[in-house]
Ligand binder design. Structure first.
Ligand SMILES: N[C@@H](CCC(=O)N[C@@H](CS)C(=O)NCC(=O)O)C(=O)O
Length: 214
């Protein structure tokens, strides 16, 4: 398998697919294409029909979009979703909510692992997104998380879906409490998350449009 990804510092969608592939135990070659530099669009299009990353290529078969990649990997390793049908339904619901929602948080607190933007990015709408995410985390941990430290116990695609938010909360110094704070600590200590973070810190490309606060 090959996984086409963007800059580790900035590409939140890439992180989701990469974590799902890691958590599923897949061996894959990583092809990193720095975004928004001359030639990057053509380079991505040579692999990914949407012109976006991430994109998974399995023996020539192409799957794009992070959620579709997660589902494709879960067909091969069902442990990427919770085993219990109710837990699995909620895991899909919160992953879909993350995939299509929280636009204010995305716009005002883009993933930018290298920066310390503590205190930046807040507005009533952003704070409402943060509150909803904290409520999702606390609810999943309480109802489904008894078998481990992740949202549904064991690491699942739902954790991969929220992983970029965890890095955002670190960058922007977002303070949580209770179960949501404990879950954030768990995610930021996860070995794959740490490996991604180390690689992001070593990157040197800067995307001015994403460096919102200097
Ligand atoms: N919904 C898509 C979003 C993919 C996406 O927007 N990727 C961004 C990088 S994080 C991208 O490829 N941008 C490059 C471009 O638009 O030219 C997914 O889940 O994979």
């Amino acid at each position: 398998m090959k996984l086409i990804i963007g800059n580790k510092n900035y590409s939140s969608w890439s992180l989701r697919a990469w974590l799902a592939a890691r958590a599923g135990g897949f061996t894959f070659e990583e092809i990193r294409i720095p975004l928004f530099i001359p030639g990057s669009r053509e380079h991505i299009l040579s692999h990914s029909p949407s012109g976006k990353v991430p994109c998974l290529i399995d023996h020539g078969f192409v799957v794009w979009d992070s959620l579709a990649i997660g589902e494709y990997l879960a067909e091969k390793n069902p442990q990427l979703w919770p085993a219990d049908a109710s837990a699995r339904a909620v895991a899909r619901a919160v992953s879909a909510e993350m995939h299509s929602g929280f636009s204010q948080l995305r716009q005002n607190m883009p993933m930018n692992i290298r920066k310390d933007y503590t205190g930046h990015g807040h507005s009533p709408e952003v704070d409402a997104d943060i509150a909803r995410i904290a409520a999702i985390w606390a609810d999943c941990r309480k109802r489904f998380g008894s078998a481990g430290p992740y949202l549904f116990g064991e690491f699942s695609i739902a954790d991969a879906a929220f992983a970029p938010v965890c890095f955002r909360f670190k960058t922007y110094g977002v303070k949580l409490d209770g179960a949501a704070a404990a879950y954030l600590d768990t995610m930021l200590s996860n070995a794959d998350m740490r490996e991604w973070e180390t690689a992001a810190l070593a990157e040197t490309e800067a995307i001015a449009a994403e460096d919102l606060y200097g």
